[in-house]
Design a protein around this ligand. Structure first.
Ligand SMILES: Cc1cc2nc3c(=O)[nH]c(=O)nc-3n(C[C@H](O)[C@H](O)[C@H](O)COP(=O)(O)OP(=O)(O)OC[C@H]3O[C@@H](n4cnc5c(N)ncnc54)[C@H](O)[C@@H]3O)c2cc1C
Length: 442
């Protein structure tokens, strides 16, 4: 059976209280969290632990395949500590030579657009994405080749044309830009909440509970109470190394990431999504990226370098003064009108990096019935729908995705394939900073 996110499938038949009447998170949590699992339908459930973007879409795809699915989260869908809990996430197709990610981003974008069209508030802002390069490098060359092969629009724009098109930016030092008109920004937290709400309305079940592995792969302990499941998908994002320290303790590296929002000049529409795309500046290897003023939240900026190791439970989520100063300095250099404008908000989130930036979509190596899903590595959000589809295929049909998503491909030392991006034109000063992995975060 297949159906869209709106498909009110008759297959699983939870009690009315689990249907999450209404579209709000409160309705979902309030209804579902109150009921014991025994009150649900008779089919042994498949349990998905983690209602971040990966878990939410896995649950939805399992539901579309006719499974009774219970989605569990310890704090709520796209909660404040989750990697999916941010305001906005970039979606792009430029992935250097890694065509698999371009294809996944495209397929996922279709799902996001469908969901956005049915949602009361937008989930996708088609602002476009602009990449700025100081010189031609393999990453840009390969991206152009992949886009040509897939007949995907990608404009190569020289510096004078960049200045004319986006006069609010200072393009000093930029040789050219690559502009992807089809992509843009996803409203992250809202997107996951909407995915979960529609999953519940179509018959899926949702619980607020903390999960731990049970006695075997097909069992799970929810708030201290053991339950049997047909299968358990552990989509715990940055918590995965804690849940499975033996297998993932050294294979998922959780790092601290700082984000800032700045108020554009009052009354100035040149920072609106209609006039400014999402952007990324390769900046000779020290990459910064950001968004226009989406929904009045402020101009967003982040530096895409891996921060210190971070604990998602106890890590300090206040931005450092040094981090704020770096973000302000870069914003003011590239966007002169932001000089002296106030910060409106800060966020500290975490990347859950695999050794090479490729996602983890695999069986647990020893626990039959348990599956591992994560390693978003700072670029996973946009791919949520496709990642969920792949995991559901593995669980239901035993179809393994590409080898690069296997546990076996994940090493215990970070060995990012920076060669994929920085093979040409990188300055010696930047060559050793361990930048860029498979897709590159954001
Ligand atoms: C600052 C920042 C910027 C980013 N920018 C982009 C971008 O522009 N584009 C992009 O595509 N990606 C981006 N990413 C990456 C993307 O956000 C992540 O890859 C993605 O959100 C990971 O989703 P997830 O579902 O694996 O993890 P999470 O969203 O963290 O979800 C895991 C969930 O599991 C739950 N959980 C954990 N343990 C348990 C347990 N024991 N019991 C019950 N529940 C549990 C948690 O509460 C959490 O809700 C960015 C990430 C960050 C931090």
């Amino acid at each position: 059976m297949s159906g869209g996110a709106d498909d009110m499938s008759p297959t699983p038949s939870p009690s009315p209280a689990l249907r999450g009447e209404g579209n709000t998170r409160r309705a979902i949590l309030g209804a579902a969290a109150a009921l014991p699992l025994a009150a649900c339908s008779q089919q042994t459930p498949t349990i998905v632990v983690g209602a971040g973007v990966f878990g939410a879409w896995t649950a939805e795809h399992l539901r579309r395949k006719g499974k009774r699915v219970i989605l569990v989260d310890q704090m709520g869908a796209a909660n404040a500590r989750a990697s999916s809990g941010g305001e906005s996430r970039m979606t792009r197709g430029t992935y250097g030579p890694d065509e698999i990610y371009t294809r996944m981003a495209l397929a996922s974008l279709e799902e996001w657009k469908r969901l956005s069209a049915r949602s009361a508030l937008p989930l996708f802002h088609n602002a476009g994405v602009l990449f700025c390069f100081q010189e031609m490098i393999d990453y840009a060359r390969d991206s152009i080749a992949v886009h040509e092969r897939l007949h995907l629009p990608l404009e190569q724009i020289d510096a004078p044309a960049l200045r004319t098109r986006w006069p609010q930016m200072n393009f000093d030092g930029i040789a050219f830009g690559l502009f992807e008109p089809e992509f843009g920004a996803l409203m992250a937290r809202r997107g996951v909440e909407e995915t979960v709400a529609r999953f519940v309305r179509a018959g899926g079940e949702y619980m607020l509970a903390r999960a731990e592995p049970g006695a075997n792969g097909g069992s799970v302990v929810l708030d201290g109470q053991p339950y049997d499941a047909a299968a358990v998908v552990w989509a715990c994002g940055p918590w995965l190394p804690k849940v499975f320290p033996d297998v993932l303790g050294e294979r998922i590296f959780v790092t601290r990431q700082e984000v800032a929002f700045i108020a554009p000049p009052d009354g100035d529409d040149s920072f609106e999504a209609s006039r400014l795309p999402g952007w990324a500046d390769f900046n000779n290897g020290d990459l910064y990226y950001g968004f226009p003023n989406l929904e009045g939240r402020g101009f967003k900026i982040a530096r895409d370098t891996h921060g210190e190791r971070f604990d998602p439970d106890t890590g300090d989520r206040r931005i450092t003064e040094e981090g704020a100063a770096l973000l302000r300095a870069f914003a003011e250099r590239r966007f002169p009108a932001l000089a002296g404008r106030p910060f409106t908000e800060f966020r500290v989130c975490q990347y859950e990096n695999s050794s090479n930036g490729d996602f983890l979509i695999d069986r647990h190596p020893t626990l039959e019935g348990a599956y591992l899903l994560g390693g978003g590595s700072g670029h996973g959000f946009k791919h949520g729908p496709e990642v969920g589809r792949m995991m559901a295929e593995l669980v239901v049909n035993g179809t393994a995705p590409d080898q690069r998503f296997s546990l076996a491909s994940k090493q215990t030392v970070q060995a990012r394939r920076r060669a994929l991006i920085w093979t040409a034109g990188v300055s010696p000063a930047c060559a050793g900073v361990g930048r860029r992995d498979a897709g590159g975060p954001y």
